[in-house]
Design a protein. Sequence first.
Length: 433
Amino acid sequence: MSYDSQGRASARAAAGSSTSAARPVDARVPATPPAQLTPGAETWPALTWETRTWTPAAQWGVKAELRSSTVDYEASIPPLIAELTPAVDAETAAAAEAAARELGRFDAELGARVHSFSPVLLRSEAASSSQIENLTASARAIFSAELGANVGSNAAQVAANTRAMQAAIDLAEEVSADSISRMHEVLMAGQPRHTPGRWRQEAVWIGTRSDTPVGAEFVAPFHERVPELIDDVAQFARRLDVPPLVSIAVAHAQFETIHPFTDGNGRTGRALAQSLLRFRGITRSVAVPVSAGLLADVSGYHNALTSYRQGDVAPIVKAFAEASFRAVRNARQLVDEIDAIRKSWDEQLTARRDSNAWKLLDVLTSRPVLDSATAARELGVQRPNVYPPMRALVDAGILKSKAEHKLGPFWRSDEVLAAIDRFAERAGRREAD
């Protein structure tokens, strides 16, 4: 059992529990290339379905009635969309355009300060995306996990998601099946059970049961369809004739519908959205934490994905537009709080003006947990030379120090960490209508 892109229980045909010998035996529609529309059509094609055969493993944990016989289930067939143009109503189109401008404006505001705020916003996006999957961890745990501290599985997974988000941004000039595969490979590194970077070879579904797709809320397309569908959505995403945020929302929804991996689809899909924001030129400097905006209304996000699968693109476009506005408001507050903290440190620190302690103040706004190796790298000095300025910051009440088992001392700014945690709390809070 794992958690799918919608934060609910998602089952997969894991080796040793159940296997899929799916093959078409009958179909609600023919098992031929998925339905398409004439390019530029006014509606969007809904999913179609085909009947497949499920062969459960005969072992403990599978219900008796399923152990000895195959059963039929309905697998989705997403449309091919590379040449389709999504049409939305005027209000939704205007909201998407305004949201794209707001994202670009915020990105431009921080353009000259990218070194200070890009790491914090990137981790905030990764944490929010992970929280949609019910993976929560404090800012202190996440930053500590990045330095190698053993602070729990959730923090380690959020740290991996941060690396995947960075990979997505680094790969933004290339929108392809290979770049998507690479994002997943980085995200799931160290989890060979989920074949990092490789398309699934088994059935996956969203539902409450892990032993059968029969009766599931949603069954992703049969695995043999995945490569063509991924190439198709990448081709759609590369088009420049579709308004940017409309294109990104639709590409994300299509990716989540394909569900190409055994796990990590939601986090990879939202990393893909960050990559596409950069590809379309909406963001150029920072990862605006759009997932933090989606987190404020997770049920609305889920419902929008369902509507997309039923042939209505407007809800997912609206969800991304509203999430963008929420994310920018929240991120601006975070930036203001960190700026105020940084300003207060100028009054607290009394070290000599040539001390490296002053240089570390700017480092701490973006990396509020440091070890000696990271501090030395940021300052461009040898590791023994970081201890005097660190002591000066501890003496000034700016930092606290804690010895990590086998890793030496870690230093942290509780003020900056608290500001990041407040950002996360606001992200998870539904705004009043």
